[in-house]
Structure formats: structure tokens, C-alpha cells
Write a protein that binds this ligand. Structure first.
Ligand SMILES: CC(C)(COP(=O)(O)OP(=O)(O)OC[C@H]1O[C@@H](n2cnc3c(N)ncnc32)[C@H](O)[C@@H]1OP(=O)(O)O)[C@@H](O)C(=O)NCCC(=O)NCCS
Length: 168
């Protein structure tokens, strides 16, 4: 199983991966029916990632070359925040607890170090203990709380801001 940069030819498989994650987990942002699943839209998004110095999508394949996990990093758009990379990660449930999340973050950090990034940041739902433990093991620290920032089935949920600073 290898980790590599995603490209436009992955678009159909990525839609399927994202749909699966939306259904499996309430820890992602979108409700299952909310995602734009058109191939054209996904291809447009992937075109923006190609050869970009400010955003990256890394994917993990299983031994049948099926996509089973991803991490996205998107840097700030402006001179004053282009050193900050916001990231989102997801691993299909049958592949949890095998070190895939950790490997994806390791690869993302390597990309960040090669692209002038000083800070990797994310938000995570306060009760997503597995993800928080992964991030803390990886060197992220808790910075603050986004109160009631998510609403799932009528219940408000806090998110944590977390970040990891890299060498300048
Ligand atoms: C959170 C998430 C990304 C973690 O991914 P993961 O691949 O399961 O994470 P890892 O396997 O790297 O780490 C999880 C555990 O596996 C353990 N592990 C690491 N390498 C391992 C290996 N080679 N074999 C077995 N276990 C291993 C880690 O020690 C860790 O254990 P711990 O929780 O006791 O510390 C994944 O659960 C997920 O996608 N969840 C749903 C969506 C989500 O929550 N996304 C994040 C939104 S902020």
C-alpha cells in the first residue's frame, strides 16, 4: 500500500471515497446527501491541485489500487498567512488503527517542509477522541475551542483548534 499525490484521474474514485466517509463517519463536515458528486466538479477541483505549490491532496491505496484514505492540505492565500496549511484527513473505517492516518500526516509534513509551511492547523470535533489522540501523538497541540461550531441532528458540538509548528 502506497501513499502518493492524487491527480485528476483519481476523480471518480475520490468521489466514492468521500461518499463512503460521509456515510461511515459523523466526524466529517458534510451530511451524506450534501456532497456534489459530479465527476466534472471533482475533476475541476483536482486540476487545481495539480502541480500546486499551495495545496496538496495525498491518497493511500490498498493493494488493489483502490483509494482508502486521503489528506488534504491548503495553505493561506495571502502573504501574511501563506505559511499556514489547513488540513483535513479521512481513512475508511475498515483500515483504521493500522497507522495510515499517521503515515498520511508524516507525508503531509514532508510536503509542508518542502513548500515553506511553518504551521499545520486543523479543527476537530471535541468528542472525536481517536482523531485528537492521533494529532497529539503527531505533535499537534490544542489551541482553543470553537463553541457550538457544528450542529448534528439538532445538537451543537464544539470543535478544537489544533496546530503543529514546523521549523522555520
Ligand atoms: C481519525 C482517523 C483519521 C485516524 O486514522 P487511523 O489510520 O485510524 O490512525 P492511525 O492508525 O495512524 O492511529 C490510530 C491508532 O493506531 C495505532 N497504530 C499506529 N500504527 C499502527 C500499526 N502499524 N498497526 C496497528 N496500529 C497502529 C496508533 O498507535 C493509534 O493508536 P492509539 O489511538 O492507541 O494511539 C480515522 O479514524 C478517520 O478517518 N476517522 C473518520 C474521519 C475523521 O474523524 N477524520 C478526522 C476529522 S478531524
Amino acid at each position: 500500500m502506497s501513499i502518493r499525490t492524487a491527480n485528476i484521474n483519481d476523480s471518480a474514485q475520490l468521489i466514492s471515497l468521500f461518499e463512503t466517509l460521509d456515510q461511515e463517519s459523523t466526524f466529517m463536515l458534510l451530511e451524506p446527501s450534501e456532497r456534489d458528486t459530479s465527476l466534472e466538479n471533482q475533476q475541476k477541483q483536482m486540476a487545481n491541485f495539480t502541480d500546486s505549490n499551495t495545496q496538496v491532496m495525498l491518497v493511500k491505496e490498498n493493494d488493489k489500487a483502490e483509494l482508502i484514505a486521503f489528506v488534504v492540505g491548503i495553505a493561506g492565500n495571502f502573504i501574511r498567512n501563506k505559511h499556514s496549511l489547513y488540513c483535513v484527513i479521512g481513512v475508511k473505517s475498515e483500515y483504521h488503527d493500522k497507522g495510515i492516518g499517521h503515515s498520511l500526516l508524516t507525508n503531509l509534513e514532508e510536503w509542508a517542509n518542502n513548500h515553506g509551511i511553518h504551521r499545520i492547523e486543523l479543527t476537530v470535533m471535541e468528542h472525536n477522541l481517536k482523531a485528537i489522540r492521533l494529532y497529539e501523538t503527531f505533535g499537534f497541540i490544542r489551541e482553543g475551542i470553537k463553541r457550538d461550531s457544528i450542529c448534528i441532528a439538532g445538537e451543537y458540538i464544539n470543535e478544537l483548534y489544533m496546530s503543529k509548528l514546523l521549523n522555520k
